[in-house]
Design a protein around this ligand. Structure first.
Ligand code: IPM
Ligand code: MG
Length: 373
């Protein structure tokens, strides 16, 4: 089959990790006889350098027409450290999420057995952790009215949600739970926030339609604690935009590195796939960033396109790279060499095209000299 993929490398390490995801996709294309046609588009600080606009019109057009969107990262310290900047790279991402109505952000969190020692948490606490965060992505405080008063002494950000916004992601979260461990945890702050009370009421109503699913509720502060104390209790976590942003970074500590977490942002017409890590400017261009989150995002993309076997092939290759320790420095185990970003990508691509361990010579892989034999 032929698929058009909009590729948005973005800022910082975005381009180098996205290149590795493309290598994995090219390997899938070769092994399974598909064609992935990449259409590159700009978003973020790199787009601002060219036109002043973090989201040029042609990026929206390319994304709308594509079968799926693969995105790298956004952000630049130049803007982070300047609170009075009028335009910020992130505004481009928010506008793209809104224009394409990518309301459902899915962030799976899984503890890999071979990486458990990389986590700051105890083995017995995290072993077997496997949950997914459903974060609402086009509403809440991110998109409400915001203002700084004329005298610059007061500021506000409004958070609002409608029943429709809550309902559509809730249905998707419950449907996902049906294929998992049949449990949904709504994370809110309904002891304080009116929006959270609307979430609770709406989700409780919808839960009646899914009798096979157990629904429970946690306040976000308590959830933040329980994620660390006992992450295994979670299956599907359903939450609003800001809470989902915060707890998903927290959750990344469970698996040992934020460089492992992939995500999808789904709308009714379009879908975008991206690592949850940011642009990591300190590592830009050094070939040290972990590409696995981006590669796993490509696997989520294939899953979304209905290419299940192909997605599995990428996931198996990622597992293999972790098992063999062909990983970047953030997840290397004490006695190992670390591989560069591009070498990890090469290994994954090789493994996908060869499929069979016996065709690969792993001996020199740490030195970047592996060969296919
Ligand atoms: C994320 C990121 C973004 C967000 C940033 C880059 C604006 O942290 O996707 O989690 O806050 O949504
Ligand atoms: Mg975030």
């Amino acid at each position: 089959m032929k698929y058009t993929i909009a590729v948005i490398p973005g800022d910082g390490i975005g381009p180098e990790v996205t290149d590795q995801a493309k290598k994995a996709l090219d390997a899938v294309a070769e092994a399974y006889d598909h064609i992935f046609l990449y259409k590159e588009a700009q978003l973020g600080a790199c787009a601002m350098e060219v036109s002043g606009d973090p989201l040029p019109d042609d990026t929206i057009e390319i994304c709308r027409k594509a079968d799926a969107i693969l995105f790298g990262a956004i952000g630049d310290p130049k803007y982070d450290n300047n609170p009075s900047a009028k335009v910020r790279p992130e505004q481009g991402l928010f506008r793209l999420r809104k224009e394409l109505d990518l309301y459902c952000n899915v962030r799976p969190v899984k503890a890999y057995d071979n990486l458990i020692s990389n986590s700051p948490l105890k083995r017995e606490v995290i072993k077997g952790t496997d949950f997914v965060i459903f974060r609402e992505l086009t509403g809440g405080i991110y998109f409400g009215k915001k203002e700084l008063s004329k005298d610059k002494q007061t500021a506000f950000d409004v958070s609002s949600y409608t029943v429709d916004q809550i309902s559509r992601i809730t249905h998707l979260a419950f449907k996902a739970a049906q294929y998992r461990k049949q449990k949904v945890t709504l994370v809110d702050k309904s002891n304080v926030l009116e929006t959270s009370r609307l979430w609770r009421k709406t989700v409780t109503e919808i839960a009646k339609l899914y009798k096979d699913i157990k629904l429970d509720y946690l306040f976000v502060d308590n959830a933040a604690m329980k994620l660390i104390l006992n992450p295994k209790q979670f299956d599907v976590i359903l939450t609003e935009n800001l809470f989902g942003d915060i707890i998903s970074d927290e959750a990344s500590a469970i698996c040992g590195s934020i460089g492992l977490l992939a995500s999808s942002s789904i709308g009714d017409k379009n879908a975008m796939f991206e690592p949850i890590h940011g642009s990591f400017p300190e590592a830009k261009g050094k070939d040290i960033a972990n590409p696995l989150a981006s590669i796993l995002s490509a696997a989520m993309m294939l899953e979304h396109l209905g290419l299940h076997e192909e997605a599995d092939a990428i996931e198996r290759a990622v597992e293999k790279s972790i098992t063999l320790g062909i990983t970047t420095r953030d997840i290397k185990r004490k006695t190992q060499f670390s591989a560069s970003t591009s070498k990890v990508g090469d290994f994954i691509a090789d493994y996908i095209t060869n499929q069979d361990d016996s065709n690969m010579n792993f001996k020199n892989i740490h030195m970047g000299q592996s060969t296919i034999i």
